[in-house]
Write a protein that binds this ligand. Structure first.
Ligand code: 13P
Length: 293
């Protein structure tokens, strides 16, 4: 299929109570593992890309890989830019064929974040591209941004309402609800009451950041409360590295590189499949496309 925008599929997922996985791709092999896992399980998928990954490979190679892989399968795939505060990178993604982008102004004072998010919203609306925007501070490391897990700041409810009021067509909203990027050091304290209060009044699907290391109960509770996009990055990177190391352990003298790539692919794909099942999106490809009840 051609790449799709994520907004409509997230709305359908939210109203039916399942989550769509959003994996941060690393290279062609990783993008392939993500998209082929979705195809095998007949699931919708969001392939998202960190700014540093774009700076490494360039816009065009990534867009070309993901478009080609998506066109080879029958499930809807969106190409999304993860946390980005640089409007030039956002414009580069739109020009290269990304179907959604995230503007992350969460490090800015509220009024400035709101004003800049609204400016990016005008750009994405004109381009027919989805937008994700964030308030509060999600803990952990994402690209070069670091927020200590215990220094993360929950989104303020009244600010959430004001923040989205001029962006009715926001594809997905990312209020900080107590989760953090990276492997958790302690048990995350998820602000379910805040999440439920937000979804009771704001009709926009919510992004769950910091998916790596959450329990099935935590996924279930967040998805039931309205999180429709579930982000996984750290575990995918871990499988990328461990998949390679495992082959080296088993074949210490091997000089042929392809089995290492296959080892990485297999480790990454298994984790993607496990998360699709965990989020309830297995078999939902037709549902998100509006072709099934
Ligand atoms: P993890 O790295 O904790 O999986 O979080 C991913 C994420 O939220 C990307 O924005």
């Amino acid at each position: 299929m051609t790449l799709v925008t994520m907004g409509p599929m997230l709305k359908r997922a939210q109203s039916a109570g399942y989550g769509i996985a959003a994996f941060n791709m690393i290279d062609y092999n990783s993008a392939r593992s993500i998209i082929e896992a979705a195809s095998d399980l007949d699931a919708p998928m969001i392939v998202q890309v960190s700014v540093k990954t774009i700076r490494h490979w360039g816009f065009k190679p990534i867009a070309t890989w993901v478009r080609m892989l998506a066109e080879g399968v029958d499930v809807p795939v969106a190409l999304h830019l993860d946390h980005c505060s640089d409007v030039e990178v956002i414009k580069g993604c739109i020009d290269a064929g990304w179907t959604s982008v995230m503007f992350d102004g969460s490090a800015l004072p509220f009024a400035e974040n709101r004003q800049k998010s609204e400016a990016v919203y005008k750009i994405t609306e004109a381009a027919g591209v989805g937008l994700e925007a964030e308030i509060g501070a999600i803990g952990g490391v994402e690209d070069d941004k670091f927020v200590a897990e215990d220094a993360s700041i929950l989104a303020d409810y009244d600010e959430c309402v004001a923040f989205v009021s001029n962006m009715p067509n926001l594809a997905v909203f990312a209020p900080a609800i107590g989760t953090a990027h990276g492997f958790y050091k302690g048990k995350p304290k998820i602000a379910y009451d805040l999440l439920k209060r937000i979804t009771a009044t704001i009709p926009i699907p919510i992004a769950l950041h910091g998916g790596t290391g959450l329990s099935q109960d935590q996924f279930d509770n967040c998805i039931a409360a309205g999180c429709a996009k579930v982000n996984i990055s750290t575990m995918h990177k871990h499988q990328f590295i461990e998949g390679f190391i495992e082959v080296r352990k088993q074949k210490p003298k091997l000089e042929e590189p392809l089995p290492f790539i296959v080892g990485q692919y297999t480790a990454m794909k298994k984790d993607v499949c496990d998360m699709i099942v965990a989020f309830g999106s297995k078999g939902k490809a037709a549902h998100v496309a509006g072709k099934a009840a």
